[in-house]
Unconditional design. Structure first.
Length: 266
């Protein structure tokens, strides 16, 4: 079985036109097998970081993927490990089935393997009902899902998505996360929706050219003063739990309503 990998950023620096500095020194290690949300105020460099991972921008410092230092010489090989799906990524074809088949045909997979991968996706998501439909006729939820799946179907080590979970309903989010997990695909989730950080193991918060705070998701979100000082809101359940703790009504932070209600009514 293919193991999920890790990513390390060391003294990452980047500026547009050598003037508009975005990163002055970003250092971060995403442990093996752990998923990540990247957050931060507007213009903090979230999408820029994805462009660096996608090989679109030159930078100073080091990006290390699965223990291998990324360079111009090996990037084409390492790019197969990382699929980056931007919010403005366009569709290649018009029909759902063609959009899913295209990347597999492009890497010369056999028709048998293509059918196998699509059948597995259908078992997870029930996409057979939209398989022959025009992508433009789909709901935003289904359009976004197909956009992500057209990259995930290639089984990269990492899939980095640019503020796309926000367009998926709860059921689809959970199905997607389960699918990625079964295929050992590590999710890197750039998001403007703080609630979506609760689906990942770690958080990296960018601010003023550095990582202002990072670590395990719950530990980062417990830093209420830091998060709010950066102009971000806490997820509703985290914020409510912290407020109830101040009144000594509960003893810990809860991530879901059912567990919180049960604790309050003990």
């Amino acid at each position: 079985m293919r193991l999920m990998g890790n990513i390390r950023l060391k003294n990452l620096k980047f500026a547009y036109n050598d003037k508009q500095e975005v990163f002055s020194s970003v250092n971060f290690l995403l442990p093996r097998d752990k998923t990540l949300s990247i957050i931060g105020p507007s213009s903090s460099g979230k999408t820029t970081l994805l462009k660096i991972l996608n090989g679109e921008l030159e930078y100073e410092g080091e990006v290390i993927v699965n223990g291998v230092l990324v360079s111009k010489d090996n990037f084409d090989a390492l790019r197969k490990c990382i699929a980056v799906v931007f919010r403005n990524t366009t569709y290649i074809t018009d029909i759902v089935k063609d959009e899913l088949k295209y990347p597999l045909e492009n890497i010369n997979l056999s028709p048998k393997e293509i059918r196998l991968r699509i059948n597995e996706m259908n078992e997870f998501f029930g996409i057979n009902k939209i398989f022959n439909k025009s992508i433009n006729s789909l709901s935003l939820n289904d359009k976004t899902l197909i956009k992500i799946l057209s990259y995930a179907i290639m089984y990269p080590s990492f899939i980095a998505i640019d503020d796309l979970l926000i367009d998926l309903d709860l059921r689809t989010k959970i199905l997607l996360l389960n699918y990625l997990n079964t295929k050992n695909i590590t999710l890197i989730n750039v998001t403007s929706n703080i609630e979506d950080t609760l689906y990942t193991d770690y958080i990296l918060c960018l601010y003023n050219g550095i990582n202002a705070i990072d670590g395990k998701t719950l530990e980062v979100l417990k830093n209420e003063k830091v998060i709010k000082r950066l102009g971000l809101d806490l997820p509703f359940m985290i914020d409510l739990s912290i407020q109830l703790q101040l009144y000594d009504l509960i003893k810990k932070v809860y991530l879901n309503k059912e567990a919180l209600v049960k604790a309050l009514w003990k």
